[in-house]
Design a protein around this ligand. Structure first.
Ligand SMILES: Nc1ncnc2c1ncn2[C@@H]1O[C@H](COP(=O)(O)OP(=O)(O)O)[C@@H](O)[C@H]1O
Ligand SMILES: [Mg+2]
Length: 311
């Protein structure tokens, strides 16, 4: 409804994770590059964590888009961690396009293992991606550990990406799962944006929504500082605040958002509590042989200009 008033072509602050809206912070770039290279180099097991709303699912969608360009790669994408072990295996098997109906656990595992081995013999890449992985039960994580055993002397046959909230790290730290933790080849962690990133994030989304030079001034510096304060730099909250701010500005028929509008939205959404920024997690694994910055640049170019097929 406000699009016409602000002369925008589409909604700038939707909360669905849309890869075309990716704002590439250094963290997001490096995390995407880590996931991509973990798969490409067949390193086996990669973990991405981040607080709710920091952009994990968005990054996964970007990754899956990149993997679609690769004709040598097939993936199964589980986006719900709350499954029983049999449901999990059924889902993964079916998502790889294999027959899964009326099969017991052993049959499903056999189906999967046969498929992965046959494709690996043809030098093809297989990826299992699990979002919301902090919900996975210990039983499923144990199945996943067994799947990480599929390997030759120099490569893993199934690439496994687990993505979830920081509780996932806590799960992997537990005594029972220490064997799985030891297999993590790469790890990445997303953090909220800082003030300057928040300002640029807002501007970038307005630009992608078709804002003209006047539209780009919708959130002047004191306003985006207020958005930062109340969102703590968490992209999902930035989107929610900014979307509501545009609606409020439209209701008032004003041409830009004032800090007072942000304050009143923060009160409505009870965003008053300011938490301390999270500490950097320890670097548990080696990203030493990856030039992540270079990789990230290349991936961004690839996302903007997809080739017919990348080998
Ligand atoms: N780097 C980013 N660039 C653009 N939008 C982002 C970025 N990070 C997060 N978002 C947006 O924030 C919202 C929440 O992201 P999402 O991936 O669902 O978070 P998570 O999965 O970590 O909870 C989505 O609308 C997403 O598009
Ligand atoms: Mg998510």
């Amino acid at each position: 409804m406000y699009l016409k008033f602000f002369n925008l072509k589409r909604s700038p602050f939707e909360i669905t994770p849309d890869p075309s809206f990716l704002f590439p912070t250094r963290r997001h770039n490096e995390a995407l590059a880590t996931l991509y290279y973990g798969v490409e180099r067949r390193k086996g097991f990669v973990v991405l964590t981040g607080e709710v709303g920091t952009g994990k699912t968005l990054l996964l969608r970007c990754l899956l888009q990149l993997l679609k360009y690769r004709k040598d790669t097939e993936y199964a994408y589980v986006f719900n961690g709350r499954l029983s072990p049999i449901e999990f295996l059924q889902y993964v098997t079916a998502d790889f396009g294999l027959p899964a109906a009326n099969k017991n656990k052993t049959e499903l595992l056999l189906e999967l293992v046969r498929y992965v081995i046959a494709r690996s013999q043809k030098n093809l890449t297989n990826v299992l991606v699990v979002d919301e992985a902090h919900h996975l039960s210990a039983d499923i994580l144990e199945e996943i550990r067994l799947l990480t055993n599929l390997e030759t002397s120099n490569a893993k046959l199934l690439q496994i990406l687990l993505v979830g909230q920081p509780e996932l790290d806590e799960k992997l730290d537990s005594i029972e799962l220490r064997q799985l933790k030891q297999r993590i080849a790469f790890r990445a962690h997303l953090l909220p944006l800082d003030l300057s990133e928040t300002e640029k994030y807002i501007e970038r989304r307005l630009q992608l929504a078709g804002a003209d030079s006047r539209g780009l001034l919708l959130f002047p510096a004191p306003t985006s500082a207020a958005v930062y304060r109340h969102s703590r730099g968490i992209p999902r909250l930035i989107n929610t605040i900014c979307e509501n701010a545009l609606i409020a500005a439209y209701a008032k028929q004003v041409q830009f958002v004032t800090p007072e509008i942000i304050e009143s939205i923060a009160t409505d959404f009870r965003l008053g509590v300011v938490r301390q920024p999270q500490p950097e997690p320890p670097k548990a694994s080696s990203t030493d042989d990856i030039d992540v910055r270079k990789a990230a640049r290349m991936l961004l170019e690839l996302m903007q200009k997809p080739p017919a097929a990348v080998q």
